[in-house]
Design a protein around this ligand. Sequence first.
Ligand code: FES
Ligand code: FES
Length: 146
Amino acid sequence: MKVSFHLNGNFVEADVLPGQTLMEYLRSQWLYSVKHGCDHGECGACTVLIDGKTQNACLIMMHTVKNRTVETLEGLGSQETVQKIQRDFLEEGAIQCGYCTPGMILSAVTLLNENPTPSEDEIRDALTGNLCRCTGYVKPVKAISK
Ligand code: FES
Ligand code: FES
């Protein structure tokens, strides 16, 4: 089955398998910022943006992204074009093992697009879908506050 959509600014026509999830497809395209965590929509490790909103890619069937816009952390910035939010995470030391970090940053992007000056409570609220097994929540909140 072919599914056409926009991925990180490029039009793609994906050859997908029946029942394939967006997480499986993105990882098959070497987009490894999309992490395979719980596979049940609970940890946020597979967070992506669909039409600008955070979604758990493990719960999204590929056929449903037809004509939509999907962004992963790779589309946000690279080592050459680091975005401010990525720099803030680095400068605040808001990364331990890094498994949850792409999802946290994309949740932060959605929040800051809607509310450029969020309170600490609003930041914590925005991160509720992103579990960190290293229990590093204080520094990400500080990074997003910047
Ligand atoms: S792997 Fe998708 S929410 Fe955990
Ligand atoms: S930094 Fe390790 S899971 Fe969050």
